[in-house]
Design a protein around this ligand. Structure first.
Ligand code: ATP
Ligand code: MN
Length: 539
């Protein structure tokens, strides 16, 4: 086995205080797969994909995400319940405890990799993990350096990942036993008490979301992206579960990336990552053949249940609704390499509106685009266990507030600027409910959403002629009347409800929720942006 035997690597691990005798450096994912099986930390599915359980946490824990407040950060971060401050002294103590813990576990896995596919932005990352499969996740999700790059590798950021280490909230200054803490001065992401792999990738994402706008005048985005045959780039913003991964994985367009991108000052869009992290709840070969096909040896499934024949039961949510798979982007056939796109022509804001109010596709004016970007609306559907449940509106600025260390207006301003410079089309797409709210209506069919996105990309929505569209009376957005491959009744949410009174009641309830949420941004928003909001309210 490749224990760490490169001399300078060893010394550089000592710099972290790590003196464990069993350090496995840069293992091949097949080796990590094998070790995971041998240690009984995972199982193999019938097609030889590794499947693990991440333990207590099967999702991120935003309340336990902290940022060290010091000279580097104190005047720049938008402090509050999203970016929770953590003291330097407390960080140093906790760091030492975690290192001490890692010096006493059986083995430690180290991976050198990098983020940002655009050369000018390349950020070297070292991931030090307690578990072999967490290290495999890092291999899948970050970009793999070549032999040469590895010889001279100098880590810039380090992720220390110790799921088995439990903090003592009272002594350590955390909220509870788990934590993910960003230290911008030391360039460390310290993770303990949680095995959820998403914390690793979103730790680095959050770091880049501070560094890129502040140091490089580049807009970081929580979005997926792909490129058409004509070389046009489309980007898809959206909160978790709205369809970024699903809709960007399109056999007719080259995938740039499924979750994290930067938009440079010279207008190219580059992926931060080297892999995808897809939800697999109810995944089917028929509806999502590319993602289904990517789940093979080398991919890492999380929190799924296997059938007796060791095939995956994608419908089983007994561990969590948030079942996942990570895979290197090369597992998808039609990809852009390197992961960089030019000529951004279309932006889609994806929202899973559980109230069934927003049109399945509509076009936004620049004011509306800025307003909706700052609002970041989607809906949360409560757990399925309690019978009939009320969905809740959920607003997350920039469609990714938990990962945005700066004030949302800073990202909003950059995006508006880019929209003006490029004259890009901006679309609002409701991938959520139609024909009524959650419980009465149904989720929009994936094939309809895909058809609407294709039509938008191909200029087939005919919005140039005023008999072809309708202005939504509450939200003021431009709603097409026809779309190839989609029944016209689907395009009008009001028609599709078949109950005008109930529809408008729901629509006003939602516009009120938008207005309420926007109050906290009003001071930062120009008249121009405020005009982009809904036009009519319940009162
Ligand atoms: P995250 O940020 O957590 O990665 P995401 O935006 O990438 O989330 P997806 O992984 O694409 O979200 O999840 C969308 C889910 O919704 C998938 O399970 C997909 O099958 C399902 N779905 C159902 N109907 C639609 C639709 N009309 N459009 C998009 N997705 C749909
Ligand atoms: Mn995704």
């Amino acid at each position: 086995m490749n224990t760490l035997n490169i001399k300078n690597k060893e010394t550089s691990l000592r710099n972290y205080g790590i003196i464990n005798d069993n350090i496995f450096y840069q293992l091949h994912p097949d080796q990590l797969h094998q070790i995971t099986l041998e240690k009984g930390l995972g199982v193999e599915t019938s097609n030889r994909t590794l499947a693990v359980n991440t333990g207590e946490f099967t999702g991120r824990s935003p309340k336990d995400r902290f940022i060290v407040k010091d000279e580097t950060t104190k005047d720049r971060i938008w402090w509050g319940s999203i970016n929770i401050p953590f003291e330097t002294e407390k960080f140093d103590k906790l760091y030492n405890k975690v290192i001490d813990y890692l010096n006493n576990v059986n083995e430690v896995y180290v991976r050198d990799c990098y983020a940002c596919s655009h050369e000018d932005y390349r950020t070297n990352i070292r991931v030090i993990s307690e578990y072999p499969w967490s290290n495999m996740f890092a291999f899948n999700m970050f970009i793999v350096p070549n032999e040469n790059e590895i010889q001279n590798f100098k880590p810039e950021w380090t992720v220390i990942n110790a799921p088995g280490f439990m903090a003592n909230a009272e002594l350590d200054g955390t909220r509870q036993h788990n934590f993910a803490i960003l230290n911008f001065t030391k360039k460390v992401v310290l993770i303990g008490g949680t095995g959820y792999t998403g914390e690793i990738k979103k730790g680095i994402f959050s770091a880049l979301n501070f560094i890129l706008p502040v140091e490089k005048n580049t807009l970081p985005m929580h979005c997926s992206a792909n490129v058409g045959n004509a070389g046009d780039t489309a980007i898809f913003f959206g909160l978790s579960g709205t369809g970024k991964t699903t809709l960007s994985t399109d056999p007719n367009r080259k995938l740039i990336g499924d979750d994290e991108h930067g938009w440079t000052k010279d207008n190219s869009v580059f992926n931060f990552e080297g892999g995808c992290y897809a939800k697999v709840i109810n995944l089917s070969k028929e509806n999502e053949p590319e993602i289904y096909g990517a789940i093979k040896k080398g991919a890492l499934l999380e929190n799924v249940i296997l059938n007796n024949d060791r095939s995956v039961n994608f419908g089983d949510t007994s561990i969590t609704q948030n079942t996942r798979v990570s895979y290197p982007i090369q597992h998808i056939e039609n990809i852009m390499q390197p992961s960089i796109g030019k000529n951004v022509k279309n932006i889609f804001f994806l929202t899973a509106d559980a109230f069934g109010v927003l049109p399945p596709i509509s076009k936004l004016t620049p004011s509306q685009a800025a307003y909706h970007f700052i609002s970041g609306y989607t809906a949360k559907v409560a757990g399925t266990e309690a019978g009939v449940v009320e969905p809740e509106p959920s607003f997350s600025a920039c469609f990714g507030a938990p990962f945005m260390p700066l004030h949302p207006a800073e990202y909003g301003k950059m995006l508006s600027q880019k929209m003006i410079e490029t004259g890009v089309n901006v679309w609002l797409v409701n991938t959520g409910w139609t024909g009524g709210p959650y419980g009465i209506g149904t989720r929009m069919k994936l094939k309809y959403t895909r058809a609407m996105i294709n039509a938008a990309l191909n200029g087939e929505l005919g919005l140039y002629s005023y008999d072809k569209y309708h202005i939504h009376s509450v939200f003021g957005v431009v709603q097409p009347r026809e779309c190839p491959g989609v029944p016209s009744s689907i395009l009008s949410p009001r028609t599709n409800w078949n109950n005008d009174n109930a529809y408008y009641r729901a629509a006003f309830k939602l516009s009120n929720a938008f207005r309420e949420n926007f109050k906290k941004f009003e001071a930062h928003a120009s008249e121009e942006i405020r005009r982009g909001g809904p036009q009519r309210f319940a009162d």
